[in-house]
Design a protein around this ligand. Structure first.
Ligand SMILES: Nc1ncnc2c1ncn2[C@@H]1O[C@H](COP(=O)(O)OP(=O)(O)OP(=O)(O)O)[C@@H](O)[C@H]1O
Length: 211
């Protein structure tokens, strides 16, 4: 489902990363733990098709994603990779439903029933017509999760999804991600410094940091 092999990446001579090989089949989960600055977001961007490594391959499904270029990569990413960014990537002047429609538009999937299902599953169906700017932070985070998952991606990548949450809400968000990943048989990768997540995802690797 996702295979990252022999990846090496550097921003410059002072920021080089050792990135472990990763192999996850459908429905499997992985936690990537590391302290601030260890390169977690960098790895997530590499796995998500947003940052091309200097060497190595990332395969999702049977596609070597960095063999795709420009619009083809964008489309593949939109349809197959769901990224939950550390800072929500949702458009505040639009409604909840419009944000999800936009995610479908970019992937050319356009399956309206998936929007309804996702809003129901994440408990935000009653906010469908609300503008993002009127939501609480917790609600906005759910929309951000819904937006990442609305196309039933093969791989879900979440960057620090629990960072600013108390124990109860952190557990709820991880539970939500695990439940949706399991329902869609997606591979789930969470990158975080938050040791609490180990209680919920036992398969973990440690990021070593910049070498
Ligand atoms: N575009 C860039 N150019 C040069 N260095 C960068 C760039 N982006 C990130 N870095 C550096 O690479 C290192 C890792 O950054 P990254 O954001 O991947 O870490 P992180 O583990 O996600 O950190 P945090 O938990 O604080 O978000 C940091 O030292 C950062 O300053």
């Amino acid at each position: 489902m996702i295979l990252a092999k022999d990846i090496s990446f550097q921003y410059d001579a002072n920021h080089q990363f050792d990135i472990p090989d990763i192999k996850l089949d459908e429905g499997e989960e992985l936690l990537i733990l590391g302290k601030s600055g260890s390169g977690k977001t960098t790895v997530l961007n590499i796995l998500g098709g947003l940052l091309k490594p200097q060497s190595g391959t990332v395969e999702i499904g049977n596609t070597s994603i960095y063999d795709l270029k420009g619009a083809a990569l964008d489309k593949y990413r939109g349809a197959n990779i769901g990224v939950i960014f550390q800072k929500p990537h949702i458009l505040s002047p639009l409604t909840v439903e419009e944000n999800l429609q936009l995610a479908q538009y970019f992937s050319e999937k356009r399956e309206k029933h998936l929007i309804e299902k996702m809003l129901n599953d994440l408990g935000i169906a009653h906010k469908k017509n609300s503008k993002i700017s009127s939501l609480s932070e917790g609600e906005a985070q759910r929309v951000s999760i819904a937006r990442a998952l609305v196309n039933n991606p093969k791989v879900i990548l979440a960057d620090e999804p629990t960072a600013s949450l108390d124990d109860e809400n952190a557990a709820m968000v991880i539970h939500m991600l695990k439940e949706q990943a399991s329902r869609m048989k997606s591979a789930l990768i969470v990158v975080t410094h938050d040791q609490r997540v180990k209680e919920h995802i036992s398969n973990y690797i440690l990021m070593g940091g910049v070498s």
